[in-house]
Design a protein around this ligand. Structure first.
Ligand code: ZN
Length: 97
């Protein structure tokens, strides 16, 4: 089963954002790779393996008072110690999406 997949965005255009379910935030995070059709957005390296994804660089989401910072490697998500949620410092399997 896929642990990361391409999404069509809410504006109806196919941009191909990569989305994965983050168990730390209980929500889906989106990133772009070189196939994503959005100009001017940061680009992550993706190994093209939707079942065992590896993504670089790290994925970081910040809001006032909240941080989610992770590395995705071979289908697992490693939460760095600067996360403010309950999975800080832990590495867990990504859920199917
Ligand atoms: Zn998260």
């Amino acid at each position: 089963m896929a642990k990361i997949k391409r999404f069509t965005t809410a504006d109806g255009g196919y941009h191909g954002e990569l989305g994965f379910y983050c168990p730390g935030c209980d929500s889906i995070h989106f990133i772009n790779d070189e196939e994503t059709k959005v100009q001017g957005m940061p680009v992550w390296e993706f190994n093209k393996d939707f079942n065992h994804p590896t993504v670089r660089a790290s994925v970081m989401l910040t809001r006032p008072g909240y941080v989610c910072h992770s590395f995705i490697t071979d289908g697992k998500i490693q939460f760095l110690s600067d996360c403010t949620h309950h999975l800080a410092g832990q590495t867990v399997d990504l859920n199917d999406i």
